[in-house]
Design a binder for this molecule. Structure first.
Ligand SMILES: [Ca+2]
Length: 255
């Protein structure tokens, strides 16, 4: 009886080992195609072998730390197998959806990027003014530099350099640029000192004007600069320095 069982088991194990070894080779091959790395494949084999060799305890008190460790390895290997096999277990419909959503996702991303860069680069229609800042939220706003009123000024925050940009869409022809410095009417404590004005034609800097005002003038005079450019789409004023408390620009105009 004993001997019979022994032989039976021996033979069974032998046959099983050989067929299991060839089938495990095939499994290894398939899992390899599915992207499992050689070290993960080794893990799978080792855990499989350890499971076959392990005795499953009948009682809770027979569970040893070794069993716990093996269980953890089994869970980890199972997770890798699930990840490798999941795409192979999709139905045709699920595969189609998965492809569609992947392709659709890429197209959506490309579209969002294209629209974003279009909106970001597009010059808003009309004449628009932006600046690095203004002295007060309610006073000295950037568009006061182009409102046609010599008594209103764009005023920079105290003691700060800064910039002002005017964009034109559609572009304009500029033969002459006129600039009226500020002085902060009634106080005479703000004015531009040293500036660089860049005039853009067709998106590129086409003319650079450097100018300095030596002092605050309580009755400022217009300064005029010949330009002679067509397709002007931007004028940028970089304020490098100022008089007293900060910069101020009453008007910038072109004709
Ligand atoms: Ca003004």
């Amino acid at each position: 009886m004993d001997s019979g069982t022994g032989t039976g088991t021996g033979t069974g194990t032998g046959t099983g080992a050989s067929s299991s070894s060839s089938s495990s080779g095939r499994v290894r091959e398939i899992l390899g195609w599915r992207g499992l790395s050689p070290s993960r494949l080794d893990d799978v084999e080792q855990v499989g072998k350890a499971l076959r060799e392990a005795e499953v305890p009948d009682w809770d008190e027979d569970v040893t730390p070794k069993h716990g460790e093996l269980f953890q390895r089994l869970v980890s290997v199972q997770r890798h197998l699930d990840r490798a096999m999941a795409p192979g277990l999709l139905s045709k419909r699920e595969i189609a959806w998965s492809r569609f959503s992947r392709v659709g996702g890429v197209i959506a991303l490309v579209l969002v990027a294209a629209i974003g860069s279009y909106l970001g680069l597009r010059t808003p229609p009309g004449i628009n003014v932006t600046a690095s800042g203004q002295w007060s939220p309610d006073y000295g706003q950037p568009d006061w530099a182009i409102d046609g009123n010599p008594n209103t000024e764009w005023q920079l925050p105290n003691n700060q350099a800064g910039w002002l940009e005017i964009t034109m869409n559609p572009p304009v022809r500029v033969d002459r640029l006129r600039v009226l410095n500020g002085h902060n009417r009634n106080y005479n404590d703000r004015a531009l000192r040293q500036v660089t004005i860049e005039i853009y034609s067709d998106g590129e800097v086409a003319r650079t004007i450097d100018h300095t005002w030596d002092s605050i003038d309580p009755t400022p005079e217009w300064d005029e600069f010949d330009v002679g450019l067509s397709d002007v789409d931007k004028i940028r004023v970089d304020v490098h320095s100022f008089h007293r408390f900060g910069g101020a620009l009453a008007e910038i105009a072109w004709e």
